[in-house]
Design a protein around this ligand. Structure first.
Ligand SMILES: Nc1nc2c(ncn2[C@@H]2O[C@H](COP(=O)(O)OP(=O)(O)OP(=O)(O)O)[C@@H](O)[C@H]2O)c(=O)[nH]1
Ligand SMILES: [Mg+2]
Length: 324
């Protein structure tokens, strides 16, 4: 892939690059290594919340408001359940905002491939590509259904939690497990009854947790379909960034994120290497022993790993001997 073209803003190169990065493997690693020095500038904003709360509609409005400020906007729609609808819908909403042909906007949807952990990592990698490509703000939409969005949200600098009136507000937020990680609450569909009560309940709930240094998550109301309140949300996004930078929390987030990614990759590599060193005959034998109730899975797993440990020690010994 032509890294220079990606850095220079070539959209076709960018699309191809993202596909390669999503596919993973050695090519992805080489691309990410080349792009890494160019990352670290983008403001990463996660938008999460229960299904159907209007996240995509809001994202399109936020993108339009950010474009008004001449900021370039990358958008990633993560949909762990249905691979196609989320991104397509978001695409429609961007078209409605006349953003489809805008070179300052780039949208990509991502679906689950394999594990949710894999999705979180792939999302982080695609964010890095958009960051390197010079997008000032990267909006990441995830459906709030559990741990995966918490993982994805952790990688964001700013997390917007979108809820709607009349869904059992406490349940919505508590279920998503996102109360602690919210930087901004949005009560969308404020044209419906109960928006004030919803906001009041959120205020009560968010007041119970310890507010992060110097920032109390604001609770904003929007009618995303009409664009009402979008400007205020963008202002809150920008204020939050400023607050993170002033309190030093921006750096600590970057550090925490670097640590998390490093550990995840190291874990993955160690796991692959060790599993690859187990001969399939040994693996098959262990599987048979567990399946025929001769050994329990825990004992079998320990024995499997012990065989690879022996090998590691031997290889290390040989290497050490060679050095002397
Ligand atoms: N009344 C009202 N409807 C809205 C508002 N915002 C969005 N909607 C509608 O809510 C529905 C869902 O909107 P989406 O933007 O697709 O919601 P989403 O949260 O992205 O949905 P998923 O990605 O499927 O979880 C659509 O029919 C929107 O038109 C609003 O402020 N008021
Ligand atoms: Mg959506």
């Amino acid at each position: 892939v032509d890294v220079q073209a990606v850095l220079g803003g070539d959209r076709r190169a960018l699309s191809r690059c993202i596909t390669l990065v999503e596919n993973g493997g050695e090519t992805a690693q080489q691309i990410l290594a080349a792009l890494h020095p160019h990352t670290g500038r983008a403001h990463i904003v996660g938008i999460t919340g229960p299904p159907g709360t209007g996240k995509s509609t809001l994202v399109a409005r936020l993108a339009a408001a950010l474009r008004q400020r001449h900021l370039r906007v990358g958008i990633i729609a993560v949909d762990p359940s249905s691979p196609f609808t989320g991104g397509a819908l978001l695409g429609d909403r961007l078209r409605m905002q006349n953003l489809a042909g805008d070179p300052g906007v780039f949208i990509r949807s991502m679906a689950t491939r394999g594990s949710l952990g894999g999705l979180a990592r792939a999302t982080g990698d695609v964010v890095s590509v958009l960051d390197a490509a010079g997008f000032d703000v990267v909006l990441v939409e995830t459906v709030g259904t559990g741990q995966a969005e918490v993982d994805i949200a952790q990688a964001a600098h700013t997390v917007i939690v979108v809820v709607i009136p009349g869904m059992g507000d406490d349940v919505q937020v508590a279920k998503a497990g996102v109360l602690e990680i919210a930087s901004i609450f949005v009560v969308n569909k404020a044209d419906r009854e109960g928006a004030d009560r919803c906001a009041a309940e959120l205020r009560l709930m968010s007041g119970m947790g310890a507010a992060p240094e110097g920032w109390a998550a604001p609770i904003l109301m929007t009618v995303a379909t009409r664009g009402e309140g979008a400007e205020e949300v963008v202002e809150a996004i920008i204020s939050h960034k400023r607050s993170l930078q002033q309190t030093g929390l921006w750096e600590s987030r970057v550090l925490a994120n670097a640590r998390r990614r490093l550990l995840a990759v190291a874990q993955d590599l160690a796991w692959r290497e060790r599993m690859a060193s187990i001969p399939s005959s040994v693996m098959d034998d262990m599987v048979r022993q567990v399946a025929t109730y001769q050994t329990d899975p825990y004992t079998a797993a320990r024995e499997l790993l012990a065989t690879t440990k022996g090998k590691d020690a031997k290889t290390a010994g040989v290497a050490a001997g060679g050095d002397r």
